[in-house]
Design a protein around this ligand. Structure first.
Ligand code: NAP
Length: 326
């Protein structure tokens, strides 16, 4: 009988030439043995090798990066958030939506939160049945109370918060108005603070809180003074809250994306030409020479939300194409 590593190699070779990959994997895995006994049925997920995302059993998308990880180790938990409940603010668009999609694929029940009902509905319809959409403005205490009530009455408790709702508006020091400053801090800093405060009583011990900061928090890019400062505040929240909540085993970390191609770039500019110019500026300043994809940030969010990061608290995970590091 083949050992795990031999089996993986055989399957890889066969899969590259076969369109009936799933049947082949099931047959081979049944007869395989590892050094510690029979290979688990989930080993069948290991090899899906075509160069574009593949669907398995019509539900879960597996990409090549994950697949490679499974081949190397012979096993990979594809249910990293099974049985967990997660609240994702800003879950109707961009990074939050990609995170909701990834978390749902990893077995979580998701609450997505945003202000625009139509966007929420569209997102919910695209995400599947384990998703509840809650229309709420995270700058409103009343809305946050309603969110807490909804989650509490439907799920009782939560395991993960991803505070992703955010907003950017460019204004230099000389041109910024008090309204610009207040609006930016109200959503990004204050909104994040009270989202977590209000949801905290629902959190199970051992939960994970992920706050969306930004590479901007440690860069000096003209026009982003207020925005970058809110993201630095969020970075600071994670350190303090990690210390405050460690006794309950609740981990608090930030995730700092670099430039990611989302609707935020368009909503943060007034014309298509301006949005194109901002995209071009970001590409030029990013060592990897491109914008990030929301799905790439969702992968980092999954790491922080799941037990994959069980020994990490108070840290900042950077996913920025090298923009703050090189
Ligand atoms: N894109 C990037 O390059 C980048 C880089 C670094 C960090 N980030 C951070 O990542 C997070 C997500 O950004 P994104 O690019 O995915 O933006 P996005 O596509 O514009 O999504 C923003 C989300 O936040 C929601 N939202 C905005 N204001 C809200 C409010 N007051 N209450 C509740 N929900 C609200 C939006 O829904 P509604 O408008 O319907 O409320 C939407 O779902 C933000 O915190 C952002 O600062 C983004």
């Amino acid at each position: 009988m083949p050992k795990t590593g031999q089996l993986a190699h055989r399957i890889v070779g066969a899969a590259a030439h076969s369109s009936a990959v799933t049947r082949l994997l099931q047959r081979l895995s049944v007869s395989a043995e590892s050094d510690k006994g029979p290979v688990e049925g989930t080993f069948e997920l290991a090899v899906v090798f075509p160069l574009r995302p593949q669907k398995r059993s019509g539900k879960r998308e597996i990409n090549n990066v994950e697949t490679a990880g499974v081949c190397a180790s012979g096993r990979r938990d594809m249910n990293a958030l099974g049985g967990k409940t997660a609240v994702i603010t800003g879950g109707s668009s961009g990074i939050g939506l990609a995170t909701a999609r990834r978390f749902a694929a990893e077995g979580a029940h998701i609450y997505i939160v945003g202000r625009r009902q139509a966007e929420l509905e569209k997102a919910r319809a695209s995400l599947g049945k384990d998703v509840t959409a809650v229309q709420a403005d995270v700058t409103s205490a009343t809305d946050l109370d309603r969110l807490v009530h909804t989650v509490s009455s439907q799920s009782g408790a939560i395991d993960v918060i991803v505070a992703c709702a955010g907003f950017v508006e460019r204004a230099t020091l000389s041109s910024a108005s008090p309204e610009h400053f207040d609006k930016t801090f109200d959503l990004n800093a204050r909104g994040t603070f009270f989202t977590v405060q209000k949801l905290l009583p629902l959190m199970r011990d051992g939960g994970s809180i992920v706050l969306l900061s930004s590479g901007m928090s440690c860069l000096g890019i003209p026009g982003y003074g207020a925005y970058a400062a809110t993201k630095a505040a969020i970075r600071s929240f994670s350190r303090t809250w990690a210390a405050e909540l460690k006794g309950r085993g609740i981990r608090v970390n930030t995730l700092s994306p670099g430039p990611v191609d989302t609707p935020m770039i368009d909503s943060g500019t007034k014309t298509k030409e301006q949005a194109d110019a901002v995209r071009a500026m970001y590409v030029a300043m990013t060592p990897l020479g491109r914008l990030g994809r929301p799905e790439e940030i969702a992968s980092a969010a999954l790491f922080l939300a799941s037990n994959e990061s069980s020994f990490s608290t108070g840290i900042d995970v950077v996913a920025d194409g090298g923009v703050t590091q090189l």
